[in-house]
Design a protein around this ligand. Sequence first.
Ligand code: ATP
Ligand code: MG
Length: 289
Amino acid sequence: MSVGEAVIQINDLRHTYLKGTPLQVEALKGVTMEVRRGESLGIIGRAGSGKSTTVQHFNGLIRPRQPGKVVVFGQDMSDPTFNVRQIRLKVGLVFQYPEAQLFERLVGDDVAFGPFKMGLALPEVKERVRWAMDMVGLPFEKFADRFTFSLSGGEARKAAIAGVLALRPEVLVLDESTSGVDPRGRKDLLADIRRFHDQEGLTIVFISSNMEDLASLVDRVYVLEDGRTVLEGSTAEVFAQTERLHAAGLGTPQITQVMHLLRQRGLAVDDRIVDVAKAEEEIWKTLSS
Ligand SMILES: Nc1ncnc2c1ncn2[C@@H]1O[C@H](COP(=O)(O)OP(=O)(O)OP(=O)(O)O)[C@@H](O)[C@H]1O
Ligand SMILES: [Mg+2]
């Protein structure tokens, strides 16, 4: 699936929480980014750098009120007369604490909630629920009739992702939503999302403080620092900027660090490598040449 035109464009966005009160926080001070159709995009930045605030503009959870522009699927989001319902179906957002997103008693009902609200016929709803639950690794037979409150943290996260996937969005935004899942489950989930992206062209926006996870999923990265976009590039390009990332309080995937150190010690390996399999190949190639 090739990458297409920009479906979300944000230009010099600013956002202040609790404006005009003593508690006001200038969360965004100039964020510029675009999300292109069919791409897998990552956003990184320290705690409080504005990642969640930025992506909440993608589906109208926060509407731009200050200067700065947000255009989503051609729609200017600052237009107060515009109803965001349509955009919410196109841009699915899974929150940082997806448990807060589950509100039905039974898991199956929870995943079905969105498709029901869309007015789909029952067989279609059922099919979507089954598909979305299988997709995230919560088999329908086993989990549909479970109480949502009885799910583990990781399962609750998966259920929340299923609820959003069931809307069949064009853009899926995952805001740290895989962090509570155990490593094996996370790896499976990331592989599923990646496969879904590759096969069906789902556009992905992934926020994670786990650089390994991020590198395994995304092709392009934006770095936020103190409410501003400070760096953008392919995953390899961004992770090659070790010093710049350190200045922003961030690290690089461990395998990239290993490659960097090997290179400093004189082994002529490419240190712009972000995944283990490629690193192994590169080291082997260099040693046997
Ligand atoms: N609802 C809110 N009310 C007031 N301030 C807020 C609110 N939400 C976020 N903030 C503040 O805005 C700034 C940016 O927060 P945001 O949640 O966007 O950062 P983040 O990059 O997602 O951080 P994290 O990695 O911790 O999730 C922070 O200073 C935060 O305290
Ligand atoms: Mg956040």
